[in-house]
Design a protein around this ligand. Structure first.
Ligand code: AN7
Length: 350
C-alpha cells in the first residue's frame, strides 16, 4: 500500500473523533539509524539507534501531531488555529494549516527562535507574532484567547497532538519487532515524552512488545522537572526546549517513573558536543535534538548506566538545518582564499 502518513497508517489505534479528516504531508515513517561509532565511544557491546525525526516534512517530530490536530480542527469546521512555540510547532502548524486552507497564528518568544523555524512559519504564510516574553508567557496567552474566541489551540495541550505523536513509538516497535530496552529523548513542554509513553504502553498491551526505560533530558538552564519547580527565566542554547513551565510536566514525571527511568539535565556544552558527535557520524540535528543522546552519554560516562547488551534508541527530534546560526557560532568560519591554485594548495595540502 502506498504510504499516506501517520493518520492513515495507524488510525485504528488513535483515540480521535470520527470527524477527523486526513490533512497530510506524508509525515512519519522516519528512519531508525544505527550509531555504531557513538555506541563504541560509550564502551560498545550494545545497539544504539537514532530515530531521526528531523526528516519529517517540516523538519521535526511536530508534524506527527499536527496532521491529527489540524485534521480534527478542519473536521469540526474550525477556520483559525493558534499556537505558542519555541519554533518547530509554529513551522509545523503553519504548514498543515496552509495545506488545509486555515488561518494560522503563531506566538513566539522574541529573538529566541532559530532562523529556520521562523523562516518556515513565515514561508507557510502564518501570522507570526513575537512576544516580549518567554514561551511560557506566549502559551498562557494562546490558552486564554482560545477560551474566549472560536480559535483552535494546536499546542500539545490539544490531546490529538499526542495521539499523532505516539505513532513514533509504534514505528520504533514495528522496526525493531519489539520496544527498545532504553529510550532517551529531549524534554521541553513534555508533550512528546507523554505521547511516547502512551504509544509504548498501547503497543505492549496489543502486541506484548515490552516497555523501555525512559530517560528524559532537559537543559541545565531550563530544567523545571529536575529541579521540581518552574523556572522563571529559562536559558539554554537549545532554544527548542527553553521552557520553564512544562504543560505536561506531571505526566512526564509519571512516564519516567512508571518506566523505571528518570529525567535528568545536561549542560549546554554537553548538548553542543553531542551535536558535533552526531554530525561526525553523518546526522546533523538541531541542539535540542542532541540532548537525549547527550543525557545517555553523560549517564554512561558517570557510571550511572551500563548499556551493555541493551538495545537503545535516542530520538533526534529536529533537523540541524533549523538552526544554522548555532553552527556559525560554535564552529570556525570557513576561510576565504583568492581564486588561485597556489592558495588552494597551501590551504589543503599538508
Ligand atoms: C526539536 O516547537 O515546544 O517536550 O514550541 O522543537 O514535547 O515540548 C518544541 C519542542 C524537543 C521538546 N526537540 O518536546 C515548540 C516546542 C525539539 C523541539 C522538543 C521540542 P516537548
Amino acid at each position: 500500500m502506498t504510504y499516506a502518513g501517520v493518520l492513515q497508517r495507524y488510525r485504528s489505534l488513535l483515540d480521535i473523533p470520527a470527524h477527523t479528516v486526513a490533512i497530510t504531508l506524508l509525515e512519519g515513517n522516519t528512519p531508525l539509524i544505527p550509531l555504531p561509532r557513538l555506541a563504541d565511544a560509550l564502551g560498545g557491546g550494545f545497539d544504539l539507534f537514532a530515530k531521526f525525526e528531523g526528516l519529517n516534512p517540516t523538519g521535526s517530530f511536530k508534524d506527527r501531531g499536527m496532521t491529527v490536530a489540524i485534521g480534527e480542527a478542519v473536521g469540526r469546521g474550525v477556520k483559525t488555529v493558534i499556537c505558542a512555540s519555541t519554533g518547530n510547532t509554529a513551522a509545523s502548524a503553519a504548514a498543515y494549516a496552509a495545506r488545509a486552507g486555515l488561518r494560522c497564528i503563531v506566538l513566539i518568544p522574541q529573538g529566541k527562535v532559530a532562523a529556520g523555524k521562523l523562516a518556515g512559519a513565515v514561508a507557510y504564510g502564518a501570522q507570526v507574532i513575537q512576544v516580549d516574553g518567554s514561551f511560557d508567557d506566549a502559551l498562557a496567552l494562546v490558552v486564554e484567547i482560545t477560551q474566549k474566541q472560536p480559535i483552535a489551540l494546536v499546542n500539545s495541550l490539544n490531546p490529538y497532538r499526542l495521539e499523532g505523536q505516539k505513532t513514533a513509538a509504534f514505528e520504533i516497535c514495528d522496526t525493531l519487532d519489539s520496544a527498545p530496552d532504553l529510550f532517551c529523548l529531549p524534554v521541553g513542554n513534555a508533550g512528546n515524552i507523554t505521547a511516547y509513553w502512551m504509544g509504548f504502553r498501547q503497543y505492549n498491551d496489543l502486541h506484548a512488545s515490552g516497555l523501555p526505560r525512559i530517560l528524559g533530558v532537559q537543559a541545565v538552564g531550563a530544567a523545571p522537572l529536575v529541579l521540581g519547580h518552574p523556572v522563571e527565566h529559562p536559558e539554554t542554547v537549545a532554544t527548542a526546549i527553553r521552557i520553564g513551565k512544562p504543560a505536561r510536566g506531571e505526566q512526564a514525571l509519571q512516564a519516567a517513573e512508571e518506566s523505571g527511568g528518570k529525567i535528568i539535565a545536561v549542560s549546554d556544552e554537553d548538548i553542543l558536543a553531542m551535536q558535533r558527535t552526531l554530525a561526525s557520524e553523518g546526522l546533523w540535528v538541531e541542539p535540542a535534538s542532541a540532548a537525549g543522546l547527550a543525557g545517555l552519554a553523560a549517564e554512561v560516562r558517570a557510571g550511572k548506566l551500563n548499556p551493555r547488551g541493551l538495545r537503545v534508541v535516542g530520538v533526534c527530534t529536529g533537523h540541524g538545518l533549523k538552526d544554522p546560526g548555532i553552527i556559525t557560532q560554535s564552529m570556525p568560519a570557513p576561510v576565504v582564499l583568492p581564486a588561485e591554485i597556489e592558495a588552494l594548495e597551501d590551504a589543503i595540502l599538508v
